[in-house]
Design a protein around this ligand. Sequence first.
Ligand SMILES: *Cc1c(COP(=O)(O)O)cnc(C)c1O
Length: 428
Amino acid sequence: MQKSLSERDQAVIWHPYTQMQTAPAPVALVRGEGALLFDEQGNRYIDATSSWWVNIHGHAHPYITQKLAEQAAKLHHAIFAGYTHEPAVALAEQLLPVLPGKQAKVFYSDNGSTAVEVTLKMTIQYWRNKGIERKKILAFHNAYHGDTFGAMSVSARSVFTRAFDDFLFEVNFIDTPTEENIERLLEEVALLAPDTAAFIFEPLVQGAGGMLMYSPAVFDRLLAFCRERGILLIADEIMTGFGRTGTNFAMEQVQTPPDMITLSKGLTGGTIAMGISTCTQEIYDAFLSHDKLKTLFHGHSFTANPLTCAIALASLELFLQPESLANRERINARHRQFAVELAYHDDVRNVRTLGTILAFEIETGEADGYVNNLAGFLADFFRERRIMLRPLGNTLYILPPYCITDAELDEVYQSILDMLREYGKKWE
Ligand SMILES: *Cc1c(COP(=O)(O)O)cnc(C)c1O
């Protein structure tokens, strides 16, 4: 008998963030359309988290497919040192003016983690090129900036980094700001500032840390304080960028402009991986010199791949259309309605929404290890219902493609209510 795709997978593949010994066989997907994905048996799944937060326009969008095909007929790839091409230039031209702050230059790389690595290297070398000793990076507790070593270093130390902790460079971590702690944070930053090269942060929402949200007003005070003390500001908009938080970019909700921005995830509408790091003219200028040592020595084989740039450009066009904004506003309104309903539930804590994100915690009681049982319960429940939701610990969140229909959203909401009813029974 012919083997299924899932069986063939298990013979040869090692999956990300997956304990392969205990993980169930993966679902084998063959096709996607809008917010839906279809497996090899023809079952339909609602992608309620935009496939790890990337598919902002849903799957297999016809316009993106068309632009990909057009570019594929012309140029697939070419070296980007000493050479350039239309898709890379056009994308930078279109993107820079819509970014917050005065972003002047685009540096292309391959994914979110590499975009973070590039900005870290830029900030560290910026100070070195200026002959000023500033060697520490500041970041938030609970941060997540990626899985490569530099990106891991500026992320929270957690079970995910445990095996590598001895190899990560030292970073100063501070709490996310609140009305209560802001004065203390400013004192901490004042002490750290003279040695701090840059502050890297996920603006307004810490994604992988558990969709933790904090308010723009106090955040802006922290940013302004850092800026006054010469700390470069790196806005990691890899998750928040392209409309997730109610504005096109989260940094539009504060006054203090970032010096650098990292983008990935929504950047290509989730079609092909790409990372972008942008910086202001001032940062760029610190690398201009007759001294070769002041060059930014960084680059990847696939830097500014033309197919990827063409797709990112197509995705940006779709994103800037009024229809996309209307969809985001519709999702936000629906989320806020559902949040009211959820808040009444006994096992639900801390319901919050921002833009197209809705998140809440599920009460896990006192017993140790309950979170593990919960994760298994949730995975089984939503898998059976064919709703793609993937909790972060006991935090459940919805982060849908903007094209998700009202009927599909209703199905996701209903599945959550049904899950809570089922879960509640466990306590009886
Ligand atoms: C996902 C993410 C990254 C890492 O991006 P990858 O493409 O997965 O390497 C970095 N920062 C933030 C805020 C993210 O959400």
